[in-house]
Design a binder for this molecule. Structure first.
Ligand code: GLN
Length: 488
C-alpha cells in the first residue's frame, strides 16, 4: 500500500472513472492512514470501515459495468458527527445523544453518496458545534495533526484534522459562526461557508437555525468547488433552502481576477496577530499583481458582530436543544416523575458550554428581556447587512484574516470563554449576513503553523468568491515554492 502524498478528490475521482484505481483501494488506504495515526489525533468518533468497504465495492461494480459513479467516484469522505447518517451513530459529541442512530441520511450525505463518494466515518466536534477548539467534545479533544500539543480549531476540528492528516481529501463541517472556516484555517486546509440556503440542512442537527450552513473542508480550492456543486441546490425537505439550480463554480476557477475590485477589510485585519496580518497583506499584494484593484475598506459595524452573535446563537440554541428531554433520543436518566427525568437527563447529558449557552439563550428570550437582548441583536444584524451592502457597492469581494491567531495550545482558552469566543471574530459577520466566505491556506505564522486568508462575497456570489480564492491559492503555492496547482 503506497504512502505517497494523498491525491486530491478531483484526482481520485478521475482515476476511478478512468478505471486506473479502484474505490476499494482508495478506501483501504484511507482506513490504513486512520488506523496508523488516529489514536493520537482523534479526528474520528466513529470509523465505519465495513460500511465504507461495502459502499466502495458498489462504486467499483458500477465503474466495471461502464456506468459513471459520479464526480466524486470512490472519494473517501469524513462527516462531522452532527450530520445524520442512517444506521450510523450521530452524537454531536454529546453524551446526551450517545447510542442514537438516525433512521435517515442528511440530504448532503445522500448527495455525496449519489456522486460516488464513500463515507468512512463521523468526526469529532465541540459538543453541538459550540466552541472553537474541539475541546468541548464530550468524548475528548482532537489534536492538531501537525503539532499534537495544539488544537485543530473548531467546532469542525475533527473534519479539518482528518483532511489535514491526509486521511481523506474531503470533510464536511457545519458553520454557524465560523466552525468550518476557522478549523480549516488552523489546519492549513480550505473551508467554505456557502450562502445561507444554498446547501440543505435537512439532517443537520440544528444549533442556531438562522445561521447554520454546511460546507466542505478540502486540501484545495478545486475540490471544494466540486463538493459544493454536489451538495448544493434546492431541497424541498429544508424550508430555508433556496430555489434554483445547484451553484456552478468549477468553470469560474481559472478566470483570474483581472479587473476585479478587492477590498482589504480593516476590521478583519486590525486586532489579528502581526504574522497573520502580514499574510493577509501578502495575499492582497498577490491579487493586485494578478490584475485586481485593491483598496482598503472599512465595515465598522463588524465590530458588533460578536456581541450580536452571542445573543442570537444561544437564543436559538436554547430553543433547538429543548428536544433533548430523555424521552426521544439517546440518554435517559430515570427519576421519580417526568420533570425529574428531564432534569436528571439534561444535567448528566450536557457539558458545561452547552449548559452555559442554554442559560444565556433562555435569559435573552425571557419575556422581560426579549426586546433588550434578542430584539436588539437582530437590529444590529440588519445594520451589519446594510454596511456590507455599502462595502459591496465599492468592491466585488472583501479579504481579511479567517482567525486572529494560528492554532493555539490545548487548554489555553478553556477557562476563558471570552478568549475562546474571540477566535470567531473574523468569521461571524458572514453568518449574520448570510453571505458566503472561504478560507484559503496562505503560508505560516512565526510558529510555523498554517494561516488562512478569508475571501468574503455578497450573497449568491460563490462563483466570484472561488475565482478570487483560486488566485490566492496559486499565490500561496508560488510563495512556498510548491508546484502551482499541484493538487488539482
Ligand atoms: N465558535 C462559535 C461558537 O461557539 C461558532 C461555532 C459554529 O460555527 N458552530 O458558537
Amino acid at each position: 500500500m503506497s504512502d505517497a502524498a494523498p491525491l486530491s478528490a478531483v484526482q481520485m475521482a478521475a482515476a476511478v472513472r478512468a478505471g486506473e484505481r479502484t474505490a476499494a483501494d482508495l478506501v483501504d488506504e484511507s482506513l490504513a492512514r486512520i488506523g496508523r495515526r488516529d489514536g493520537e489525533v482523534h479526528a474520528f468518533l466513529h470509523v465505519a470501515a465495513d460500511e465504507a468497504r461495502a459502499a466502495a465495492a458498489e462504486v467499483d461494480v458500477m465503474a466495471a459495468a461502464g456506468r459513471d459513479p459520479g464526480p466524486l467516484a470512490g472519494v473517501p469522505v469524513a462527516l462531522k458527527d452532527n450530520l445524520c447518517t442512517r444506521g450510523l451513530p450521530t452524537t454531536c459529541a454529546s453524551k446526551i445523544l450517545q447510542g442514537w442512530r438516525p433512521p435517515y441520511d442528511a440530504t448532503v450525505v445522500e448527495r455525496l453518496r449519489a456522486a460516488g463518494a464513500v463515507v468512512v466515518g463521523k468526526t469529532n466536534l465541540d459538543e453541538f458545534a459550540m466552541g472553537s477548539s474541539t475541546e468541548n467534545s464530550g468524548f475528548g479533544p482532537t489534536r492538531h495533526p501537525r503539532d499534537p500539543s495544539r488544537v485543530p480549531g473548531g467546532s469542525s476540528g475533527g473534519s479539518a484534522a482528518a483532511v489535514a492528516a491526509g486521511y481523506v481529501p474531503v470533510g464536511l463541517g457545519s458553520d454557524t459562526g465560523g466552525s468550518v472556516r476557522q478549523p480549516a484555517a488552523l489546519c492549513g486546509t480550505v473551508g467554505v461557508k456557502p450562502t445561507y440556503g444554498v446547501v440543505s440542512r435537512y439532517g443537520l442537527v440544528a444549533f442556531a437555525s438562522s445561521l447554520d450552513q454546511i460546507g466542505p473542508i478540502t486540501t484545495c480550492v478545486a475540490d471544494a468547488a466540486v463538493v459544493l456543486e454536489v451538495i448544493g441546490g434546492h431541497d424541498p425537505r429544508d424550508s430555508t433552502s433556496l430555489a434554483g439550480p445547484p451553484p456552478r463554480i468549477t468553470e469560474a476557477l481559472g478566470r483570474g481576477v483581472d479587473g476585479l475590485r478587492v477590498g482589504v477589510c480593516r476590521e478583519l485585519v486590525d486586532g489579528t496577530a502581526p504574522d497573520v496580518a502580514a499574510r493577509v497583506a501578502e495575499a492582497a499584494e498577490a491579487l493586485a499583481s494578478s490584475g485586481a484593484s485593491v483598496e482598503e475598506v472599512s465595515v465598522p459595524e463588524m465590530r458588533y458582530g460578536l456581541s450580536a452573535y452571542y445573543l442570537i446563537a444561544p437564543a436559538e440554541a436554547s430553543s433547538n436543544l429543548a428536544r433533548y428531554d430523555g424521552a426521544r433520543y439517546g440518554l435517559r436518566v430515570d427519576a421519580e416523575d417526568v420533570a425529574g427525568m428531564n432534569t436528571a437527563t439534561r444535567t448528566a447529558g450536557f457539558g458545561a458550554e452547552v449548559k452555559r449557552r442554554i442559560m444565556l439563550g433562555t435569559y435573552a428570550l425571557s419575556a422581560g428581556y426579549y426586546d433588550a437582548y434578542y430584539g436588539k441583536a437582530q437590529r444590529v444584524r440588519t445594520l451589519l447587512i446594510d454596511a456590507f451592502a455599502r462595502a459591496y457597492a465599492r468592491v466585488d469581494v472583501l479579504v481579511g484574516a479567517t482567525a486572529p491567531t494560528t492554532a493555539f495550545p490545548l487548554g489555553d482558552r478553556v477557562d476563558d470563554p471570552m478568549a475562546m469566543y474571540m477566535s470567531d471574530v473574523c468569521t461571524i459577520p458572514s453568518n449574520l449576513a448570510g453571505h458566503p466566505a472561504i478560507s484559503v491556506p496562505f503560508g505560516e505564522g512565526d510558529d510555523g503553523m498554517p494561516v488562512g486568508v478569508q475571501v468574503l462575497a455578497p450573497a449568491l456570489h460563490e462563483e466570484r468568491m472561488f475565482q478570487v480564492a483560486a488566485v490566492v491559492e496559486r499565490a500561496a503555492h508560488q510563495r512556498s515554492g510548491s508546484p502551482q496547482g499541484g493538487r488539482s
